[in-house]
Design a binder for this molecule. Structure first.
Ligand SMILES: [Zn+2]
Length: 191
């Protein structure tokens, strides 16, 4: 009897450890940073699940494509707090989303902005999952899940709203970065 109890305890402990290990990688994930702003997608960006998996890290895929949430107060949040001025783009498609001008410290454990620098690249929709009524924030170009929008929390910001964004869904280009890469128009040879 006692023997089987120990086996059960062992199994539960093992399961808990596996769960902790499975959640751990996201804590170490950092936000992608680069010097050159990405080219802006003109049309909707549509890819197969296989293509997204090949392009994104497993954590980015889990959050962007499966509406996951990165661990609060992880490495990505620490780096976010240390970052200076710059622009935040979608890590999935490169669309401009947020600016450091609207960044503020909400102490919530996830990157926070009180506004979207490029509103046309952000869409909002009702999210009734997990028994809550929330507003989901998505990238308008690739439909990637970015986080949630909360209003009326009383933060001392110009707009009383908080875009609570998963840092792994963003690509940071520090101020002074190079202009977006634009494809040179195809040279038409006239003969
Ligand atoms: Zn996107």
């Amino acid at each position: 009897m006692r023997h089987s109890f120990l086996i059960t305890c062992g199994a539960v402990l093992a399961l808990m450890m596996v769960t902790v290990i499975a959640q751990d990688p996201g804590k170490k994930e950092t936000m992608k940073t680069q010097d050159t702003a990405p080219a802006q997608p003109e049309a909707k960006v549509e890819k197969t699940e296989a293509e997204w998996k090949a392009q994104l890290t497993p954590e980015q895929y889990r959050v962007l494509r499966q509406a996951g949430t990165e661990p609060a107060h992880g490495e990505v949040y620490k780096r976010f707090k240390q970052q200076g001025g710059g622009t935040y783009y979608c890590a999935g498609c490169g669309a401009e989303l947020f600016s450091s001008q609207h960044k503020f410290d909400s102490h919530c454990g996830w990157p926070s902005f009180y506004d979207a620098s490029n509103n046309k690249n952000v869409i909002l929709r009702d999210d009734l999952s997990h028994g809550m009524i929330r507003t989901e924030v998505l990238c308008a170009k690739c439909n990637g899940h970015l986080g949630h929008l909360f209003k009326g929390e009383g933060f001392d910001t110009p707009k009383d709203q908080r875009y609570c964004i998963n840092g792994v869904t963003l690509l940071f280009v520090p101020e002074g970065g190079k202009k977006p890469e634009t494809k040179a128009p195809a040279a038409e040879e006239k003969k």
